[in-house]
Every structure is written in C-alpha cells, then in structure tokens.
Write a protein that binds this ligand. Structure first.
Ligand SMILES: [Zn+2]
Length: 163
C-alpha cells in the first residue's frame, strides 16, 4: 500500500510512514528516505542528527481532497565544520508551506481566474496566492528578458501599440 502511494506521490526523496484520510483532507506523514545529508559548507555527508521537527506542506490534491505532507525534517551537525544545517528537499524551498508543483499548478490556474477566486477555491488567503504567483513569475524571468515580468501591464501596453 505504502509503495503504491509513494509511486502516486512521485516524490522520490521521501518515504511515507502513515496517512490520515478525512472527507476533505489527505494527510501524508513522511520523512526523508536518506540516512545522511551533505553539509552545504564542506559537502561531506553526515549522519549526526541534532534535532527533528515537523513541517506541514500543501501539495497537489488527490481525488478531490486537499493534500498535506506532514514532513519530519532533521537538523544535522557537521563534525568537520562544527555547523548545524537543515536538510533540504528538491520539491519544496526552505521555509515554504507549499510544494513547487503545487505553486506551478496554482499559478497556471490563476492565469485564468483572479487571485481572490483562486484563494477561495484553494482555501488560502489571497495575499498568499499573490505571493506564490509573484515568486513563480520571477522564476520564469530569464536574464535580459524583463518583458515577461510585466504580465498584464505588458499585454495592455502591446494592445495599446497595436491600436
Ligand atoms: Zn561541513
């Protein structure tokens, strides 16, 4: 069951340790499948865990339910550098409460609707939706390509030039 669920989730860095299912929510308890982490300073692997903490991260819905990853994260200590660092995952940025793929999906839907409507549909505060949208828009900006940043204003400007 867990292996099928992990295949469905498609987040190779984590293993599922339990699930909770309610009418509206699907909570996936999970943790890293790796026993060690690389020190960001010296790049040496370490297994020395200083502490564990929980992090709740919104992910893409499954069968109409909101999905939350209840992720057990670790803070490691590097014996060489004598530094502490938190483990990182490719699917979520540090200190974020939404997965990358959730943000990309939300932004795609916001292009067809208003932030406020997206916020209501997703049960999020609209400034949160706006912040996610702006973050993802910034990701799409390539060096020397400032025009895409302008979004709606840019479209209005182009329309103005054409008329
Ligand atoms: Zn180190």
């Amino acid at each position: 069951m867990t292996i099928e669920l992990e295949a469905l989730l498609n987040l190779p860095e984590i293993e599922v340790t339990g699930i909770e299912l309610t009418e509206q929510q699907f909570v996936v308890h999970c943790r890293s499948r790796f026993g060690e982490a690389l020190c960001p300073n010296c790049l040496r692997p370490t297994k020395e865990v200083k502490k564990y903490y929980q992090r709740t991260i919104r992910d893409l819905p499954i069968t109409g339910r909101d999905v939350y990853l209840d992720l057990e994260e670790r803070q490691f200590s590097c014996p060489d550098c004598e530094r502490y660092f938190s483990e990182r995952f490719a699917f979520v940025e540090p200190n974020r409460t939404t997965t990358q793929r959730y943000e990309v999906d939300l932004c795609a839907r916001c292009e067809k609707t208003a932030f406020a409507q997206g916020a209501v549909l997703e049960n999020l505060a609209w400034p949160v939706v706006q912040a996610i949208y702006e973050r993802q828009a910034a990701r799409q900006v390539e060096p020397g390509d400032q025009v895409r940043w302008l979004g709606i204003d840019d479209i209005a400007l182009r329309k103005g030039q054409n008329s």
